[in-house]
Write a protein that binds this ligand. Structure first.
Ligand code: FE2
Length: 135
């Protein structure tokens, strides 16, 4: 099965952001493994909750970095985060409701893919801005 990994092209160069992305991918991989292994509802629910909570924490840390460094792209980035939190919540509800169906897992993969593209472009911009600021 495919595993999410913070490959070189996804590294932003900001230590906090990169380590949180690693944790986040690990949480996604754990959840997918649990689904593939047919783990019980209790365990899957626990992992879903962890992933949701971790995304909330990570986004708020990233938002803090942006506001503290007067990042000009903050409003757009925040809008993306708000929409994403909501969409992820919907996908997680679907997964809990349906169990690990092809549809639920497909939607989970799709939403993680959106985050991967966001990291590759927007999060790198944030990290670059912070680096420039601290010069
Ligand atoms: Fe972000």
């Amino acid at each position: 099965m495919m595993r999410y990994e913070v490959t070189q092209d996804l590294m932003t160069g900001n230590a906090l952001i990169d380590s949180e992305h690693r944790q986040l991918f690990a949480a996604v991989n754990d959840l997918m493994d649990a689904c593939a292994q047919g783990r019980g509802r209790d365990q899957i629910d626990k992992m879903v909750k962890f992933l949701n909570d971790y995304v909330v924490k990570h986004f708020s840390d990233e938002e803090g970095l942006q506001t503290r460094s007067n990042y000009p792209g903050y409003p757009a980035h925040k809008t993306f985060h708000d929409g994403y939190r909501r969409q992820l919540g919907d996908k997680m509800d679907l997964l809990r409701r349906e169990g690990p169906t092809v549809k639920a897992l497909g939607e989970l993969n799709q939403i993680v893919g959106v985050l991967v593209s966001h990291i590759r472009t927007e999060d790198k911009r944030v990290a670059r801005h912070i680096m420039e600021q601290s010069k």
